[in-house]
Design a protein around this ligand. Structure first.
Ligand code: C2E
Ligand code: CA
Ligand code: CA
Length: 890
């Protein structure tokens, strides 16, 4: 693949590492070499210089040595001649001596004087002048001179001593020659000849005092081996002097010399040389240093380069991996030369063999004919815009069709050549997937639509009544929970009509459920018809509906609406040939304002409905504050009744009954009274309706019965004649399955008790329990009376069926008989019916004795009323019975 970078960074890296030491070593070695060479050269120069100096010094001292040696030897030789002469002429005198000696002295000669001392006493000198003082010097007692004299005598050898300060002045060497005289074979010591050599002249002639002399010279006497005398000429030289020996007849001198300037070279020369060395060294080291620096730079560059190569390698590898794993092909085109770079993956994508790409034509051949124009246009446009993203199809030679995505960007390379770099990848699978997904998505959407429809349907079902199609109780509850009716009908004024069908149960029971359903559908239709488009009309119970509507038009309008509904509902409905009738009661509650509590509204409407039903059905009632107050009061009374039952506040009062003819007491009617803890005695109308609602009337009945039985027993015990007592029995009590069981336990004496039942009981003739209970009551010897006879729907047939012991004409019928003739006749016929059926007739509400007389005449058997006595507590009754006051009244 062309895009791959060849990186050999690792090798270069290692190599550069290895370079560090040699470079440093090279510089070190070069430095050492240069310094060494410098030192060597310096020392070499020093050595050569010293050598040169030495040989020059050597040359000079050789000359001096030669001169000194020559002159001393010459002088000694000269004196030896004299000595030889003396040994042959031991007796010479001063003149002879002077004559002989004179030959020794010449112009510029070094001999200053000669003296002869036969037997060690100086007796002759030459020249005499100036040396006169020496004459007569006895060497044996001459102090310092004696030693050398004795040594010369004893050794027989010449002794040279000095330099010594001369008596004549100045300094000189003194040579002492022993003189022996040969006398036949006998040798006799004659004496000593001393010659003084002028030291100054000797030095001068030896060249030692030459002011131009460039060396320092010292001369030391080395005649005696262990001698460590200081030099007699010059100062001791320690600086490695050049030496030479002056061999003298009586010993040797060492002449030592060093250059005046010392062995060391001229500092200038030294420094010039050193400078030359430094320059030379610099010329060597500088390039090395430079090379080193360059090498270091190079090394750094190499390192950087290596680092970059490593990074590049990493990037390249990642890119390679990315391209490989994404299967992306890369191409690159030089826009000046139209030269293409086209990698292997591109060939794969285009279905070309390896290296099968032949430039633009290859591309063109492969692009789908339908896509080629667009692809080319996108390419051209992309070059103008700096890049493009394109999708097109390819047709491979084997017929395969692929879809690819092509992304390219225009750029300028390092040389400023405009190029376009692009990538291609195969998206055939993606497209297929995309298509699949699109299909799947469409399917899902369709399914979602179905589901939504189903959901809507379910929701609708859950919130609607299937029979009538109206919203259901749940729907209403939800609305109430959300209090969502706040802005009902666009107003802030809402009315709620609670509608309850009357007689629905009977229809259901008598005509069947289908009829009931039909009535409900009918009723819902009526409600729909009468409600507006914004009204909400749910069915909230078996036979209950609600109309939620705007109250903005006021109570009158609502009343009219309710009236209309009531009226329409009363119309008979045809069902399977029957004219079915039912009615409705409606409770209405309305509210206005920003915050309307619709739940409250429902409760209020319910209260009103209750009132409507209470007031006789087929009517509507508005909820009002008074109604509310009444409800509250009722509630309070209900509570009081319940606690009153617990506290035995209900007591039996008794109203006596009289024989119409004899006016004897024939019985009493027990009437319930409530001994209210704060309000005193209350009559049944103050508590019975509420007790009815509380379903406790049967309990009251039972209590009253028990109290009555107890009272009867007491009266019996008291000897008061109360033949019979009657109690009022509520319908509910007659429905009680356990009534008879309870009655049996009371062990009621047959014939002493009577149960007053209201007429309406007979409508329930179907109820087997009621019939059974009534039969059983009779069985127990308890009389059955029909109470309030003449007010309800009782019929002659039911009288026959029930066969009561007595019937009790309602006081409403009794009351008008004084004035109303027709009423009297009605009573007369009731009495006749009773008589004909063997049923005793009781008249209640007998308020005056006039009434009593008429009723007696009409044939009533028994009379009960205020004319004789009001209902009395048992104590009062007992008093009454004892007093027999009524007899007087009558
Ligand atoms: P009711 O059975 O018709 O009882 C007779 C009612 O007529 C009594 O009213 C009594 O006080 C009243 N009354 C008697 N004489 C006259 C009269 O000359 N003129 C007028 N205007 N009224 C007269 P009370 O005691 O108020 O009872 C009312 C009703 O309450 C009773 O009517 C009865 O239906 C019911 N009731 C009374 N006690 C009981 C009871 O223990 N159980 C049941 N279930 N009902 C009872
Ligand atoms: Ca009664
Ligand atoms: Ca009555």
């Amino acid at each position: 693949m062309w895009g791959r970078m060849k990186v050999s960074g690792a090798i270069a890296w290692n190599a550069t590492k290895g370079w560090v030491r040699p470079r440093f070593l090279l510089a070190l070695v070069a430095g050492i070499l240069v310094v060494g060479t410098g030192i060597y050269l310096d020392q070499q120069a020093e050595g050569i210089n010293e050598q040169r100096l030495r040989s020059s010094v050597q040359d000079q001292i050789s000359l001096i040595r030669a001169r000194l040696e020559g002159s001393i030897n010459a002088n000694i030789q000269l004196v030896r001649g004299l000595v030889s002469t003396i040994s042959t002429e031991p007796d010479l005198n001063q003149e002879r001596f002077a004559a002989l000696a004179a030959n020794l002295f010449e112009e510029d000669g070094q001999l200053r004087s000669v003296a002869a001392a036969p037997d060690l006493v100086v007796s002759m000198t030459y020249p005499l002048e100036g040396n006169e003082r020496a004459i007569g010097l006895d060497y044996r007692s001459a102090g310092a001179q004696s030693n050398s004299v004795f040594r010369a005598r004893d050794t027989g050898e010449l002794v040279l001593s000095g330099p010594v300060s001369l008596v004549q002045g100045g300094r000189g060497f003194v040579a002492r020659f022993p003189v022996f005289v040969h006398d036949g074979a006998d040798v006799r010591f004659w004496g000593i000849v001393s010659a003084v050599i002028d030291i100054e002249r000797m030095y001068t002639q030896g060249g030692l005092l030459d002011p131009d002399l460039a060396i320092d010279i010292s001369i030391t006497d080395r005649s005696v081996a262990s001698n460590s005398l200081p030099p007699f000429f010059g100062t001791a030289l320690t600086d490695n002097p050049v030496t030479a020996e002056i061999i003298l007849p009586p010993g040797r001198w060492e002449i030592a010399a060093v250059p005046k300037t010392g062995w060391h070279r001229d500092p200038l020369e030294v420094w010039l040389l050193r400078l030359a060395v430094v320059i030379g060294g610099a010329l060597i080291l500088l390039p090395i240093g430079l090379a080193g620096r360059i090498s270091k730079d190079r090394q750094r560059h190499l390192q950087e380069l290596t680092q970059r190569e490593i990074e590049l390698e990493a990037i390249s590898r990642r890119l390679g991996l990315a391209l490989d794993s994404l299967q992306i092909g890369v191409w690159d085109m030089d826009m000046e030369t139209n030269e293409f770079l086209w990698d292997d993956r591109m060939n794969e994508i285009y279905g070309l063999p390896k290296n099968g790409f032949r430039g633009y034509e290859s591309w063109r051949e492969r692009v789908h004919p339908d896509d080629i124009d667009r692809a080319e246009e996108q390419f051209v446009q992309g070059i103008r815009d700096g890049g493009f993203v394109a999708v097109y199809r390819l047709c491979w030679t084997d017929g395969q069709q692929r879809t690819i995505k092509s992304v390219a960007t225009v750029y300028a390379d390092a040389q400023g050549n405009r190029k376009i770099l692009g990538v291609n990848w195969d998206i055939t699978a993606d497209m297929a997937l995309h298509d699949e997904l699109t299909t799947a998505n469409a399917l899902t959407e369709a399914r979602n639509v179905e589901l939504e429809a189903a959901r809507v349907n379910i929701e609708h079902n859950s919130l609607h009544d299937s029979l009538t199609g109206l919203p259901n109780r749940r729907y209403l509850d939800e609305m109430l929970t959300r209090n969502a009716c706040g802005g009902f009908g666009g107003t802030r004024s809402i009315a709620l009509l609670h509608i309850d069908l009357d007689r629905f149960k009977q229809i259901n029971d008598t005509l069947g459920h289908a009829a009931g359903d039909a009535m409900l559908v009918h009723a819902s239709g009526v409600l729909r018809e009468n409600s507006g488009p914004n009204d909400f009309v749910p069915r909230v119970g078996g036979d209950e509906f609600v109309v939620l509507t705007s109250a903005v038009e006021g109570e009158l309008h609502l009343g009219m609406l309710a009236e209309k509904i009531v009226k329409q509902m009363r119309q008979p409905v045809k069902y399977e040939g029957h004219d079915v009738r039912f009615g409705v009661s409606i409770g209405i509650a309305a509210a206005e304002g920003e915050e309307i509590d619709v739940k409250r509204l429902l409760i209020n409407a319910d209260i009103a409905l209750y009132r409507a039903k209470g007031r006789g059905r087929n009517r509507f009632e508005f909820f009002s504050e008074e109604l509310q107050a009444e409800v509250v009061r009722t509630k309070r009374v209900a509570d009081e009744i319940l606690s009153g039952l617990e506290r035995n506040e209900f007591v039996a009062w008794f109203q006596p009954q009289f024989d119409a003819h004899t006016l004897e007491v024939v019985g009493v009617e027990a009437l319930a009274r409530w001994q209210h803890p704060t309000e005193g005695i209350k009559a049944p109308d103050a508590f019975l309706p509420i007790a009815e609602e509380l379903n406790v009337v049967a309990t009251v009945d039972r209590l009253i019965l028990e109290q009555t039985l107890a009272a009867v027993a007491r009266w019996d015990a008291m000897g008061l004649n109360v033949p019979r007592a009657s109690v009022n029995v509520s319908l509910r009590r007659l429905h009680d399955e356990d009534l008879i069981k309870g009655l049996r336990q009371l062990a009621i004496e047959p014939g002493r008790m009577s149960f007053e039942l209201v007429e309406s009981i007979y409508l329930d003739e179907n109820d087997s329990i009621v019939s059974w209970n009534i039969d059983q009551i009779k069985e127990l010897g308890i009389d059955v009376e029909i109470d309030d006879f003449g007010t309800g729907y009782a019929s002659i047939v039911s009288l026959q069926k029930l066969r009561p012991t007595r019937l009790k004409i309602d006081r409403q019928l009794v009351n008008p008989i004084l004035v109303d003739h027709g009423q009297r006749q009605l009573l007369a016929s009731i009495v006749d019916i009773g008589k004909s059926m063997g049923i005793e007739v009781v008249a209640e509400g007998v308020e005056t004795m006039e009434h009593a007389a008429i009723l007696r005449d009409l044939g009533c058997d028994i009379l009960q009323g205020y004319a004789f006595s009001r209902p009395l507590s048992s104590e009062k009754l007992e008093e009454f019975l004892r007093a027999k006051a009524w007899k007087q009244a009558s």
